[in-house]
Design a protein around this ligand. Structure first.
Ligand code: ATP
Ligand code: MG
Length: 137
């Protein structure tokens, strides 16, 4: 069993979709073992998306991620990292498979409702950025 890090992004929290996103997560067999709603600071968003800092959309991405509260989560299950990437669907909702969170709810490639770690190594780093061990149960 494995853990991954998830964010329900501002476009989804704004449209009151937290519960609907969580239903897809739980129906896929992933367990939400930690969850909190936070307002990300600019510094937190810049650090979180540091690897994209040279990309043309970086400013827009930081602006978006701080535009409303997000829900940060730790998900646990068999092959949680790859399973959640499948459940999320492609980055661009136009290319996302039927039944995925992004196909169901995302508005655009930028405002795409959820984040999920892309490797086990990054999952550990991202979880540690937002949760202490005692918050994960
Ligand atoms: P995430 O890291 O959020 O789970 P991802 O791994 O599917 O998404 P990345 O390539 O890591 O996609 O991009 C990170 C985020 O940056 C995307 O989820 C999206 O919000 C934003 N983004 C990516 N490409 C673009 C783009 N061309 N225009 C605007 N925003 C983009
Ligand atoms: Mg990514």
């Amino acid at each position: 069993t494995e853990r991954t890090f998830s964010i329900i992004k501002p476009d989804a929290t704004r449209r009151n979709l937290t519960g609907k996103v969580n239903a897809v997560i739980e129906d896929a067999g992933l367990r939400i073992v930690a969850q909190k709603r936070i307002q990300m600071s600019r510094a937190q968003a810049e650090k979180f998306y540091e690897i994209h800092s040279e990309r043309p959309f970086f400013g827009e991405l930081v602006e978006f991620m701080t535009s409303a509260p997000v829900v940060v989560q730790v998900l646990e299950g068999e092959s949680a990292v790859t399973k959640y990437r499948e459940v999320m669907g492609a980055t661009n909702p136009a290319q996302a498979a039927e039944g995925t969170i992004r196909k169901l709810y995302a508005e655009s490639v930028g405002e795409n409702s959820v984040h999920g770690s892309d490797s086990l190594e990054n999952a550990k780093l991202e979880i540690a950025q937002f949760f202490s061990d005692d918050e994960i149960v």
